[in-house]
Every structure is written in structure tokens, then in C-alpha cells.
Design a protein around this ligand. Sequence first.
Ligand code: PEP
Ligand code: MN
Length: 353
Amino acid sequence: MKNNPEHLPIWIAGPCSIESEEQLWTTAQQLHDIIQRDGLHLDFFRAGVWKTRSHPDSFTGLGEQTLPWLEKIQTQLGFPVCVEVQTPEHVELCEKHGIQTIWVGARTGVNPVEVQKIADAVSHKPFTVLVKNPIVADLKLWIGNVERFLQADVQKVMAVHRGFPDNKENVLRNAPCWEIPIALKVHFPDIPILCDPSHLCGQTSYIPQMAQIALTYGFDGLMLECHHAPQKALSDASQQLTPSQWAELVRKLQFPTNVPDRELVRQRALLENVDNQLSQLLWQRMQIVDEIANIKKEHLLPVVQPQQWQKVVERYHQQEHDELYSRFLDQFLPLLHQYSILRQQDDNSYIES
Ligand code: PEP
Ligand code: MN
């Protein structure tokens, strides 16, 4: 790991909400000065114009009047601005004020009808669209939302992982469920995926650790909330970094390089060999299961024989291994058993794909 990679991560920073022209400008200018001073870079300055808050009494943003303030940030500080939109009217207003990067928030993302309206509004236009994960942990819904913007042929689409609320008293505000953004990355290998550690963590103390995990997993960048005086913020006060805390974090984070390592190439070849053997062995196992099925049928023996399966499980666990491998076996062996049973039933045509 190095912290001077050839492919720079995408950095997005800015306040959760615009609260006044002064707050917006001070935050943006401090970020600008620190970036100049430390030789950093910012790809987009984020700012909440219209806020989708859970409670009706919460601050819902200052709306349209803030758009000229954002235009000034673009022209005077040179930061491309990105904002959350919830309706086609928001898209139209952004267009009118020269804002070409928008994002779909986690709450809007749960409603494909609303997402499609936004996709139609940006269709064939030079917009960059960031699609946050919906608040429900539903990979297909997130994939579908990304797909709507790809089909709308916008200039660029990116995804943002901000975690999933699970109504548990967790340390983090939202559960990372890393397997979901990783599955999205596998599904769309060419789409950059960013992490939003601010909403993931809910408080600044956990941000460095989660940000580092995301970069180590291979996320393409980070969206971080940043406020010149977070303690006074009207929304998400506990999770916003000051511009200098943001710069300190950016300087400390390490990102993987994309340079292939000779040792890695050698290990990959070994892995390929093991995978080939595993694949053949698994298929061979299935065929033996089919033979056993015939014998059971002939002698009217039950398909499910728990004691027999117990022995199989014990055999796998006998081999020396670590805790994580035990957890893998706990998930893998029931699946193996389930499919062995399905193969032994005459009619398994109902199996879901
Ligand atoms: C935000 O980024 O300001 C925001 C509201 O995020 P999310 O939609 O992820 O909650
Ligand atoms: Mn926020």
C-alpha cells in the first residue's frame, strides 16, 4: 500500500446542508485554502440544498435561493459542485444554475418511480449522477437505480455506499453490509464506487477506520461531510469534519496501487489451479450424490439422513483452521447439503434462480 497512487481516488467534501451563505462560503474557502496549502485535490464540493429528513421538525434546507451561492463557489473557487436532487424540478434548477453533478439520496432511492423521473429529467444530458444506496439493504434495487441512469445515457454514473439502517443500537449509525457494495462493484466493474463514511458512521471518531476499510476494499473515492463549525450544524452535526480534519484524514489514508506484483501473479496462478480442482471435485461430488439418490430410491430410504450429514460436517471441521474459516464452513456446508438434497428429489424444477 502506498499513499501516492497512480489512480487518485475521487474526493468529495462539503457540508451536509447549506445553512447560510456565510457558512457555505467559509467552509468552501477553508477547504480551498487547505487544498492549496497541502497540495491536495477535491473533485466535487458537495452541499445539501433540499434535505429529506426523517422528522418533519428537522431542518429541510434553504432550497433554490442557495443555487447562486453554489454557482459562485464553482466560478470563484473552481470546485465543481454536487447536490442531492429529489425531483425533476430540482434537476431543472440545477441545470439553470450550471450544476452538472447531482446525487440521488438514500431515501429517494427506495422508490423506483421517483428515481425514473429523475433519470428521465437528466436523460442524454451532460450530467454526472451519483446513486447512493437505498436505505433498504436491497442490492437489486440499488442495481436497478444505477441501471436507470445508464439507460438514460448521462455523461457519467457513480455509486455511493452510505450503509443501511438496521434499527439496532449499533456503534455505527448505519450497518456497512460491505458485501452489498462489493457485489455492486462486481456487477458494474466499470462504474466508480465511492464510500460515504460520514453517514455510515454517524460520528467523526469512527470515520478514519471506515474510510480506510473502504479504500482497502478498492472503493474509488470518498464523500465526506465537512463544515467549518460542525458543532453548530443544523443537520448531522456529530459526523461532519472541519476542513482541517478532512485534510488530516486525506493525508493519512493509504490506498492500494494498481501495479501488478510478481509474487501476486505467481499466487494467482496457484489459486487458479486450486479453483480448477475444486470445481471438478464439487461436480464429481454432485455426481456421486446422484448415484446415492438412485440407491436410496431403489431401497426406499429417506433422502435426508441427519446422522450421515453430521459425519460430513465433522470431517470438514476436523482439519485445522481459523475462526473465519469455521464461519465460512457454517455457511457453506448447509448450502452444500441443501443442493445435495435437491438433487435427490425427483422434482426440483421449482428451484429459484
Ligand atoms: C446527504 O448526503 O446529505 C444525505 C442526506 O445522505 P443520505 O441520502 O445518504 O442519507
Ligand atoms: Mn448529512
